[in-house]
Design a protein around this ligand. Structure first.
Ligand SMILES: *[C@@H]1O[C@H](CO)[C@@H](O)[C@H](O)[C@H]1NC(C)=O
Length: 507
């Protein structure tokens, strides 16, 4: 697409007009292509430049390309450059910058790199890079007050009689910590303060959604970084916003229970349902984060939340910390009163979670006990027995390698089944009841529960049969007679745990 540099701009334009088929060729790119030879001379002098390391074959890079181009054009006005490096052409350059996947984006300030942690959409890139270009706290006067208040989704402005006043230091520290997420300004201009309609010291957050203006409501002179950031984080969550790949992080960080309204956005009635639940969402604000979600895109997520029917709208509350799911009856209509009553019951602890479980096996003919969710309490909390459980996932490779060893462990203790149970549980198909004090973070996970106890001990040792047996013998409360190990010991090379396929994979 780039014509060689000796073709003048005029003749390039003339050439382009002849090549009608390739309309892209008419529009010169605002993204600077850099190579091994030009990298230093291009990147190092820039106070701020974003560099994309890409490969021509990479799908995510192709998806990013139009956004990257658009952002480059917009940011040209602010003198912020966007560059790209083709890692197939310049493999060594990419290697030197520690590039391990495509695309990798890095922000360089006078040649010093930091990871780009912003969004991959044009407006997101523009917003992120604009914030990077400003000091952590911008000076605001009456001249640019209105522009600044509307310059981003969330803008915080401290209005102070003097920069010597509290909470300047705390506000500035908050800004330095969160400059990637929000825009921060400070004004000591009496005219700006009058225009803002506040009495200094004050901090006001301006949002592009929900209530536009919110003043810091707590004692301000003693506000700490934590106070301000908690308050801003709360405000960054809309009353009932859309959750998707771009916004999921704010909900995950908040870690409050989530109430999802699954809708089909194409359906005309969807907006009405969203609006009808906003008052309910306001009512429970701070306790439960309400969201709506595109059910056609995130159908798997609906299933993971134990919504059985692909029927929209549907509603479900999820306790993120305990990983418990409370679906609203899919046969009932979504009505604000009923939803409000359900959420009230949830908050009061009156609602029972819906637990996913495989059916109870009719027979247990292996030496390893096949445990399922609905039998968990009955089997595991049987005080007469020591229990050792492997939580596995069908897709997990390390679990497959552990299987023969775990089976051998079952065989080893097969003659003592009234004292010890060696069990396995498919962690993706079975939810753990609320009474269980832990959640599974990776597969395989091995947990031991001694007889007469409700305490679980993690097994962190190697995956050799003899190590597992030794661990059981050490921790068991029942008198398990030591036996001679007859099996061949298996190599203990698999200390690596796999991360589970997060049910939010696509978010
Ligand atoms: C606002 O205007 C003042 C001059 O009145 C200037 O010093 C300041 O940098 C401007 N702030 C922004 C964010 O543009």
């Amino acid at each position: 697409m780039r014509l060689s540099s000796f073709v003048s701009v005029a003749s390039a334009a003339a050439l382009a007009s002849l090549v009608v088929a390739d309309t892209d060729a008419e529009k010169p790119s605002d993204v600077v292509s850099v190579t091994q030879d030009t990298f230093e001379s291009t990147v190092n002098p820039e106070p701020l430049i974003l560099v994309e390391f890409y490969a021509p074959w990479c799908g995510h890079c192709k998806a990013l390309a139009p956004h990257y181009e658009e952002a480059a054009t917009t940011l040209k006005e602010s003198d912020i450059k966007l560059a790209k490096v083709d890692c197939v052409e310049d493999a060594e350059l990419c290697q030197a910058h520690g590039v391990q996947g495509y695309p990798t984006l890095k922000v360089f300030r006078n040649g010093e790199p930091t990871d780009y942690t912003g969004p991959r959409k044009a407006d997101g890139i523009v917003s992120y890079m604009t914030k990077q270009s400003l000091p952590a706290v911008s000076q605001v006067t009456v001249v640019n007050l209105t522009d600044f208040q509307n310059a981003d989704k969330i803008v915080a402005i401290a209005y102070l009689a003097s920069e010597m006043d509290a909470p300047t230091a705390e506000f500035t520290a908050t800004a330095e910590k969160h400059r990637d997420s929000y825009l921060f300004g400070l004004s000591t201009d009496p005219e700006a303060i009058a225009a803002a309609g506040v009495t200094p010291p004050a901090i006001v957050v301006y949002r592009s959604f929900d209530e536009h203006k919110t003043e810091y409501p707590y004692p301000i002179s003693s506000a700490t970084v934590k106070d301000v950031e908690d308050w801003m984080q709360e405000l960054s969550i809309p009353v009932l916003g859309e959750v998707n790949g771009e916004t999921y992080a704010i909900y995950a960080t908040s870690s409050k229970p989530m109430a999802y309204l699954f809708v089909d956005p194409i359906d005309e009635s969807s907006q009405g349902y969203i609006e009808s639940l906003k008052p309910v969402a306001s009512q429970y604000r701070g306790k439960v984060n309400f969201v709506w979600i595109d059910a056609t895109k995130f159908g798997d997520h609906a299933k993971a939340l134990n919504l059985i029917e692909p029927k929209w709208p549907s509603f479900v509350v999820q306790d993120l910390e305990k990983q418990l799911k409370y679906p609203y009856d899919q046969d009932k209509a979504i009505e604000p009163e009923a939803i409000s009553a359900m959420v009230a019951d949830y908050i009061d602890g009156k609602l029972l979670p819906k637990l996913k479980s495989q059916p109870i096996p009719e027979t247990q003919d292996e030496s390893v006990f096949t445990l399922v969710g609905q039998q968990f309490e009955e089997v595991v909390f049987d005080d007469s027995k020591d229990v050792f459980i492997e939580f596995y996932a069908t897709w997990c490779g390390h679990c497959k390698r552990l299987k023969p060893i775990w089976d051998s462990l079952g065989d080893h203790f097969a003659s003592m089944k009234d004292q010890i149970i060696i069990a396995k549980l498919e962690g993706q198909e079975n939810d753990l009841p609320a009474s269980v004090p832990f959640r599974i973070g990776g597969f395989p996970t091995l947990k031991f529960k001694p007889a007469g106890s409700r305490e679980f001990t993690d097994y962190d040792g190697d995956r050799a049969l003899e190590s597992l047996i030794a661990f059981v013998e050490e921790h068991a409360k029942n008198d398990l007679k030591p036996k001679v190990v007859t099996e061949t010991p298996v190599d203990a090379d698999q200390a690596v745990f796999e991360t589970p396929k997060d049910s939010h994979d696509e978010l």
